[in-house]
Write a protein that binds this ligand. Structure first.
Ligand code: NI
Length: 133
């Protein structure tokens, strides 16, 4: 599995993007995209041809990341590319992971399917189906 991005929960995506640019020299790699299924706003930033950062801001009151933000936000998940998301999920479950969000199309990734799993001892892992190459 190839690391695709690192998800970071922020309070204000525009402010966070400016900070990552100023302090770490990372450029915005996308526009701000609203994901209506996950109730978040997303913007990718980083250096081309490297693992990117995914800035995630809650969108709406019932956003699943709202509670995480209230606890301080920050590093939230690692996302790996998988060839077949259903197969990857069933393998992960057989190793004890719990699927928290079943596969759904991700607005920020051209509707490629994503899913979220929780691994005891590791934390939250996202799978994105297919390769960006
Ligand atoms: Ni993500």
């Amino acid at each position: 599995m190839k690391l695709h991005h690192v998800g970071i929960v922020v309070e204000d995506i525009e402010k966070a993007c400016a900070q990552y640019r100023k302090f770490l020299g990372l450029a915005p790699l996308s526009e701000i995209v609203i994901d209506p299924l996950q109730h978040v706003k997303i913007q990718m930033c980083g250096n081309h041809n490297e693992v990117s950062l995914e800035l995630i801001q809650p969108y709406g009151e019932d956003s699943p990341v709202q509670r995480f933000l209230q606890k301080g936000g920050g590093l939230y998940h690692l996302c790996f590319e998988v060839e077949n998301i259903d197969r990857a999920i069933s393998e992960a479950k057989s190793e004890g992971a719990i699927c928290i969000i079943e596969p759904l199309p991700a607005a920020a990734f051209q509707d490629r399917k994503v899913a979220f799993l929780f691994y005891s001892g590791i934390g939250l892992i996202e799978f994105v189906e297919g390769s960006s190459l």
